[in-house]
Write a protein that binds this ligand. Structure first.
Ligand code: NAP
Ligand code: MG
Length: 501
C-alpha cells in the first residue's frame, strides 16, 4: 500500500488522545481498581495511540452500584419527561459540535474512513439521541375497560403504565462503536433508565469522549457509567450482576448465548442483536451496473464489518457472469488505505486478530475449492489490511458460505429459479437482513414474506433509520432496537386496577 497524504488531526483530537484515560463511574473519572490498563491500537499502522483502564469485577460492581443508586434515588426516573427530552437534545447538539473530533477518534480507533465516520457514525449517533428524545414525552399506557363477570356490582378503573425497566447493562462491539453506544444509551435515557456501558476492548475511545459530553450536558451523576475492559472479565461481570435489570447486547451469536445464559439466571431482561450472514438475491431483470454496485456496497461498506453485510450473493444464472465481472472490477478498484486519508474507500480491519480470522476464512474457502474473482490476500503491514474479496465456485456447504466472516469477503452463487434462491437464502442459522435486487414488483412482493430476516431491503442494503425497528430472526437474536419497538424493550408494563364501587 502506498502512503498518502492524510488529514491533519484537530488539536482537540490530539489533546483527547494525549490525556490519561479514565472510566466514568458515578460522578468520578476513575482508574481500574487493579491499576491495570489495556492498549488501544490504531489498526492503520498497529501503533498504540492510548491506554485505557482495564476494568475487572470490582470496577464493574462499583459502576453497577452507581447506576443502581442513580436509578433507585430517582433523579432520572422521576425527572420530568420534558427535562429528559431537553437534556438529550443538548447531548445531540454537543455530539454535532464535536463531530469532527469524534469522527477522528473513531477513525483512528476502528480504522474506518474519517469521512464515513463523520457523515454516518457520528451524524446517526446525534440523530439517535434526538429521535429517542422525542419518545421521552410520548411513553403511554392505556385505559382498559375491565369486564370481570364474576364480580357483580364492581366499579373498576383499570389502566397500564410503562415504567423504566431499571439499570441497563450495555455491551457493544467494535464495528460502529459510537453509534452502538448511542443505540443503547439513548433509549435508556428516554425511558428513565440508568446504564452501565462496556465498549469493545478494541474501540473504547469514542465511548469515553461521549461520557465527557454526557457530563457536559448535565445528566445527573450515575445515570450513565462507562467501564472499559475485556469481555470475558468486565463484560461477564456485568452480564451476571443481579442488580442489572436488562442486558442490551450487540455482537456475535456465540457471545450473545453466553451472556443470555448468565442474564437468565437472574431473570434479567435482555435484547440481543447478534451475527448475520445476510443474503443478497439478484433477479434476472436487473440492470447489470446498478446491481453490481449494490452487491459491492452491500459487502464492502465498513470493510465488511457490518452485522447485516450482504455476504452471500445468490445471482440468477442469466446475469451471474455479468454481475460478478462488474463486482470484481469494483472490488479491485476500491482505494485501500488509512482512514485518515481523504481518498480511502476501504480502511484496515479493526485488529490483527480480525485480520487473521478473515484471512483464515479466505484460505479455508480456497482449501474447499473456491476461486477468487477479486482479492484474496492480506496486504503487507504495518496495518491490518485485506483486499476486498469475491469468492466464486462456492457451494452451500463451505464454511465461507455458512459462517459469519465479518470482513470484506463475498461469496457468490448462481440460481435458476426463485424457489431455489429462497431455499438457499434461508439455509442459514441467521436471520438478520436480506436484500432483493429487481424491478419486477410482483416478484419482489412475493419474495419478501418468504425470507426469514428482520429487515428486507429492496434495491438497497444495510440502510437504517432511527424510526424503523431493527433486529434479527433465528440466531441473529431477539428483541428490536430503534423505532417505537425499542421503548417496549426498555420499559416494564404495570397493570393497575382500582375499585371505586
Ligand atoms: P464479541 O465477542 O461478540 O464481542 C462483542 C462485545 O461483547 C465486546 O464488548 C466484547 O468484549 C464483549 N464480550 C465478549 N465476551 C464476553 C463475555 N463472555 N461476557 C460478556 N461480554 C463479552 O465479538 P468479537 O470477539 O469482538 O468479534 C468476534 C466475531 O463476532 C466477529 O468476527 C464477528 O463475526 C462477530 N461480531 C458480530 C457483530 C455484530 O454486530 N453482529 C459485532 C461484532 C462482532 P471484548 O471487546 O473485550 O471482546
Ligand atoms: Mg483500536
Amino acid at each position: 500500500m502506498e502512503t498518502n497524504e492524510t488529514f491533519a488531526l484537530l488539536d482537540a483530537t490530539r489533546a483527547f488522545l494525549a490525556k490519561p484515560k479514565k472510566m466514568l463511574i458515578g460522578a468520578e473519572w476513575s482508574d481500574a481498581a487493579s491499576g491495570r490498563q489495556l492498549d488501544v491500537v490504531n489498526p492503520a499502522d498497529g501503533a498504540v495511540i492510548a491506554r485505557v483502564p482495564e476494568a475487572d469485577e470490582r470496577d464493574v460492581q462499583q459502576a453497577v452500584a452507581a447506576a443502581r443508586h442513580a436509578f433507585d434515588a430517582g433523579p432520572w426516573r422521576n425527572a420530568k419527561t420534558t427535562d429528559r427530552e431537553r437534556l438529550m437534545l443538548v447531548l445531540a447538539d454537543l455530539i454535532e459540535v464535536n463531530a469532527r473530533e469524534l469522527a477522528e477518534i473513531e477513525s483512528l480507533d476502528n480504522g474506518k474512513p474519517v469521512i464515513v465516520a463523520q457523515a454516518l457514525d457520528v451524524a446517526m449517533a446525534a440523530q439517535c439521541f434526538r429521535y429517542m428524545a422525542g419518545w421521552a414525552t410520548k411513553i403511554e399506557g392505556s385505559v382498559i375497560d375491565a369486564g370481570m363477570p364474576y364480580l357483580l356490582g364492581s366499579e373498576i378503573f383499570a389502566y397500564t403504565r410503562k415504567e423504566p425497566v431499571g439499570v441497563v447493562g450495555a455491551i457493544i462491539p467494535w464495528n460502529f462503536p459510537l453509534l452502538m453506544a448511542a443505540w443503547k444509551i439513548a433509549p435508556s435515557l428516554a425511558t428513565g433508565c440508568t446504564v452501565v456501558l462496556k465498549p469493545a476492548e478494541d474501540t473504547p475511545l469514542s465511548a469515553l469522549r461521549l461520557g465527557e459530553l454526557i457530563q457536559a450536558a448535565g445528566f445527573p451523576d450515575g445515570v450513565v457509567n462507562i467501564v472499559t475492559g475485556y469481555g470475558h472479565t468486565a463484560g461477564a461481570a456485568l452480564s451476571r450482576d443481579p442488580r442489572i435489570d436488562k442486558i442490551a447486547f450487540t455482537g456475535s451469536t456465540q457471545t450473545g448465548k453466553t451472556i443470555g445464559h448468565a442474564a437468565l439466571d437472574n431473570m434479567t431482561r435482555m435484547s440481543l442483536e447478534l451475527g448475520g450472514k445476510s443474503p443478497v438475491i439478484v433477479l434476472p431483470d436487473v440492470d447489470l451496473d446498478t446491481a453490481a454496485q449494490g452487491v459491492a456496497n452491500a459487502i464492502f461498506f465498513n470493510q465488511g464489518q457490518v452485522c447485516t453485510a450482504g455476504s452471500r450473493a445468490y445471482i440468477h444464472s442469466k446475469v451471474f457472469d455479468g454481475v460478478i465481472e462488474r463486482v470484481a472490477k469494483l472490488a479491485a478498484n476500491l482505494k485501500i488505505g488509512p482512514g485518515m486519508d481523504p481518498a480511502t474507500q476501504i480502511g484496515p480491519l479493526v485488529s490483527a486478530k480480525q485480520l487473521e480470522r478473515v484471512c483464515g476464512y479466505i484460505d479455508s474457502g480456497f482449501g474447499e475449492g473456491a476461486r477468487a474473482a477479486a482479492g484474496g490476500r492480506a496486504l503487507d503491514g504495518p496495518g491490518f489490511f485485506v483486499e476486498p474479496t469475491v469468492l466464486v465456485d462456492t457451494t452451500q456447504a463451505m464454511r465461507v458460505v455458512r459462517e459469519e466472516i465479518f470482513g470484506p469477503v463475498l461469496v457468490a452463487m448462481p440460481f435458476d429459479d426463485v424457489d431455489t434462491a429462497v431455499r438457499l437464502a434461508n439455509d442459514t442459522p441467521y436471520g438478520l437482513g436480506a436484500s432483493i435486487w429487481s424491478n419486477d414488483l410482483a416478484a419482489i412482493h412475493k419474495l419478501i414474506p418468504r425470507i426469514a430476516a428482520g429487515t428486507v431491503w429492496v434495491n438497497c442494503h444495510s440502510l437504517l433509520d432511527n424510526a424503523l425497528p431493527f433486529g434479527g430472526m433465528k440466531q441473529s437474536g431477539f428483541g428490536r432496537e430503534l423505532g417505537r419497538a425499542v421503548i417496549d424493550q426498555y420499559t416494564e408494563s404495570k397493570s393497575v386496577m382500582m375499585n371505586y364501587a
